[in-house]
Design a protein around this ligand. Structure first.
Ligand SMILES: O=C(O)CCC(=O)C(=O)O
Ligand SMILES: [Fe+2]
Length: 296
């Protein structure tokens, strides 16, 4: 049986701030108990805020259900058409494999060799050290864990970009406007991206504002623009699954369900590149039209 109790916003925000600082959940529970909260209530409050972080959901409101069924992510089928071949405009894309959780599809022939080369040539002169959204402060930071160099194209910036974005929209059954600007990443020897989820953690104000403007991220399409020589694989540590980049291939995975929860099994990384270089283009897709911060 469950009961509903009041959950004061100050307590919730204090728990969120401590979790964001990396304080262990049990230590926060202990502190709440030492301040005269019942142990079961303290555990439920910390669990509710920690789940919101884990599943990328809004922080709980001023009421909390204690003793209800624990939350877990319910996967939904991928929005991508079924069958071994997918016709996208003029292009026939071949399905190499599909995965149920996280919902994913690995594709060959998503981009032509010429499209890959053109993307690299457009991005090369504009590369910068990759900035990522800091999960705690929500600001763009040059992340130590992501040692690649990157840049963003604006939506539909060139006819080539617009053509590729239309192809992505058709594959994923989402409007072009829900996509963030295409991100280009260039990894050199030793560069990697440590394990992360692409959905936005709700523990900081900047991410919450971004979600309020454009909705949460629900899917990621990675396009590999070059074969790798050694290392630089996209890995999903919770599955023990590794995708080896090949020119023109793409990997699409979804991690949002109809309840607004995000799938933590979508945790992924790029292993250190041992030889050569790696080029990847990333499209992050929101649940609504993407509105960048400057325009809001
Ligand atoms: O380079 C990769 O394989 C992964 C890139 C990635 O995780 C991202 O852009 O979010
Ligand atoms: Fe990622």
């Amino acid at each position: 049986m469950s009961i509903t109790v009041n959950f004061p916003a100050e307590v919730r925000d204090w728990i969120a701030a401590n979790l964001s600082r990396g304080v262990a959940p049990q230590a926060i529970v202990n502190e709440l108990v030492s301040r005269n909260n019942a142990a079961e209530l303290a555990a439920a409050m910390v669990e509710a805020v920690a789940s919101a972080f884990l599943y990328g959901m809004a922080l709980p409101g001023d009421k909390l259900e204690v003793g209800g069924a624990p939350l877990s992510y319910q996967p939904e089928p991928l929005r991508v058409p079924e069958g071994p071949l997918i016709q996208l405009g003029e292009r026939k894309v071949r399905v190499l494999s599909r995965l149920q959780r996280p919902a994913a599809v690995h594709l060959a022939n998503f981009l032509s060799a010429d499209e890959c080369e053109q993307l690299i040539a457009l991005a090369q002169p504009r590369l910068d050290r990759s900035a990522v959204v800091d999960p705690v402060t929500g600001r763009d930071v040059i992340a130590a864990h992501r040692s690649s160099h990157g840049m963003f194209f604006r939506l539909g910036e060139t006819p080539l970009i617009a053509r590729i974005e239309a192809r992505i929209a058709e594959l994923t059954a989402t409007p072009v406007e829900n996509g963030e600007g295409l991100q280009m990443l260039h990894y050199e020897e030793g560069a990697e991206s440590t394990p992360h989820v692409d959905y936005l953690m709700t523990g900081n104000a900047a991410n919450r504002e971004s979600i309020a403007r454009s909705g949460q991220r629900m899917g990621t399409l990675l396009m590999y623009l070059k074969d790798v020589e050694d290392g630089g694989e996209t890995v999903f540590p919770q599955l023990g699954w590794s995708v080896v980049p090949q020119r023109g291939h793409a990997l699409y995975f979804e991690y949002g369900n109809r309840y607004g929860m995000c799938d933590p099994s979508s945790l992924h990384a790029s292993t250190p590149l041992r030889t050569g270089d790696k080029w990847v283009a990333t499209k992050w897709i929101r649940t609504r039209r993407f509105v960048p911060r400057i325009q809001a």
